[in-house]
Structures are given as structure tokens and as C-alpha cells.
Design a binder for this molecule. Structure first.
Ligand SMILES: C[S@@+](CC[C@H](N)C(=O)[O-])C[C@H]1O[C@@H](n2cnc3c(N)ncnc32)[C@H](O)[C@@H]1O
Length: 241
């Protein structure tokens, strides 16, 4: 059964299970672009690469994936293959993914173009969306150049079973207070295990425990100015001694 998503009066998607919103009130597209893509140094870091792998904790409504795919598609110097690996315990319905992609009116012309493209790609993702039983699901797009590996299961068990090497990591659980498992030491240590020196990591959360754990597991961590209403966002690079 698909995970329930409740659409609030202000248009934002809410999780009754975690009592939190799937994305910031100001729009998920801006958050995806500025917190996650820019926070991981994208699109620049995938340029002139054969393959680039993004690892995400929390696929949710797929907006980070769709925004990454749209940015890749619009980049003349994109890598040949984009591999997006995401962990999700509670997959939502395809209709919620499509509805979420219809974000509030973007501020700039560039944002409007990105938003229009994300809406088209959301339809494509919805067509490929199947009955997502626990386990690994591989969905291919763009003549196989974009691969989505959706690992359906609890984050802790699932990360342990993954064998990818991440070039960039998006940490995107619900708030650490409401969803502690997604930010636990065990989870972050397993994320670090899937990184290599130079892997970039981004998150909207700058919780002290998250920063401390990331440092302990080999990341150099920076607290950067955030996207309003958030005051800060997190940027890190895996640089073990
Ligand atoms: C903020 S939402 C992710 C938003 C998403 N990245 C997007 O672009 O739409 C957090 C996600 O983490 C998932 N989640 C929470 N706890 C989890 C767990 N223990 N294991 C795996 N996924 C979990 C939730 O079901 C939810 O979809």
C-alpha cells in the first residue's frame, strides 16, 4: 500500500506518520536546487565524468531526484551516466509525486524553465513507478543514461546492503527530532562507508549531533547561510585523515 500524504491548505505535502512536511513551505524546487545540488557542487562536479553517483536518504516525493535529472539534462557538459540511488521505507503514490512537482510559481525565468521540465519528468517517473515492494528497484530513463536505484526498506538495514560508491550525498530525512533514525550515528556511519575522498554531502539540517557525527566519520563540515525560512544549511566533504 502507498504511504499516505496529506495535502495541507497552503499546498504543502504532509506526512501523518512523521507529523512533518515533505518539503519547505517556500517550495521544494528552490530547496532541491540550492540546498542539495548547489550544496554538493552540482552541476560542476559531474562535468566531464563518465559516471556520477548521487546517494540520497529519503526519496519521498522524488523532487530532489527530478531536479537533479532536469539539471543534468540541461547541462551541455553533463556526465554520460547519472546514477541516483535513494533509500525509502514508505513509497508514496505516483499521483502524489506528480502533484508535488506542480510547485508554486517560481521567481525567475530560469526557475520557471526548471519547474516546467521537472513537471514533465515527474510524469515520466510516474509512468515507470510500479508496485514498490521492499528490495532494490531499478528504473531507467533517458535511453539508460539516467538510472534510479530505489532501495525500498528501512534506512539502517538498506544502507548496509548497498554497494555503490557515492560522489555526492543528499541527507533528506524528516526533521531529526521527528525522524531520528535517518540521522543516527549508525546511519551516518553507513553513509560514510559508501563515500570516497572528495564526496560532497548536503543537507538542510545543521543539527549539532549530525555535524558532530559527520566530523567523527571523516567529513569536513560547513554551516552555510540557508534558504529562508531556514537560517542555515549544511555542506560537507568526505576527507578522512
Ligand atoms: C523529507 S522526506 C524526503 C523528501 C525527498 N527527498 C524529496 O525530494 O521529495 C523524508 C523521507 O524519508 C523517509 N524515511 C523516514 N524514515 C525512514 C527510514 N527509517 N528508512 C527509510 N526511509 C525513511 C520518509 O518516508 C520520507 O519519504
Amino acid at each position: 500500500m502507498n504511504e499516505a500524504v496529506v495535502w495541507l491548505d497552503d499546498g504543502s505535502p504532509h506526512s501523518p506518520r512523521f507529523n512533518d512536511r515533505y518539503r519547505s513551505r517556500t517550495g521544494g524546487l528552490a530547496q532541491a536546487a540550492s540546498v542539495f545540488l548547489a550544496g554538493c557542487g552540482l552541476p560542476q562536479r559531474w562535468r566531464d565524468r563518465t559516471q556520477f553517483t548521487v546517494l540520497e536518504t529519503g526519496f519521498g516525493l522524488g523532487l530532489n531526484f527530478l531536479t537533479t535529472w532536469a539539471a543534468w539534462e540541461g547541462d551541455a557538459q553533463r556526465c554520460e551516466h547519472l546514477h541516483f540511488v535513494s533509500v525509502e521505507a514508505y513509497p508514496v503514490a505516483a499521483t502524489d509525486i506528480v502533484r508535488n512537482a506542480q510547485a508554486p510559481t517560481p521567481a525567475s525565468e530560469a526557475d520557471a524553465q526548471l519547474s516546467a521540465r521537472v513537471q514533465v519528468l515527474a510524469q515520466e517517473l510516474a509512468r515507470a513507478w510500479q508496485d514498490l515492494t521492499p528490495g532494490i528497484h531499478t528504473l531507467r530513463f533517458a535511453q539508460g543514461q539516467v538510472q534510479l536505484t530505489l532501495a525500498v526498506g528501512d534506512v539502517q538495514a538498506t544502507l548496509k546492503s548497498l554497494a555503490c560508491v557515492a560522489d555526492a550525498v543528499y541527507l533528506d530525512g524528516f526533521s531529526p527530532v521527528l525522524n531520528p533514525e535517518m540521522w543516527s550515528s549508525t546511519t551516518l556511519q553507513d553513509v560514510a562507508r559508501l563515500c570516497r575522498p572528495g564526496t560532497t554531502l548536503a543537507s538542510y539540517s545543521v543539527a549539532l549531533s549530525v555535524r558532530d557525527d559527520l566530523k567523527q566519520f571523516g567529513f569536513s563540515v560547513k554551516k552555510c547561510p540557508g534558504l529562508p525560512p531556514k537560517r542555515h544549511r549544511l555542506q560537507a566533504v568526505y576527507s578522512p585523515p
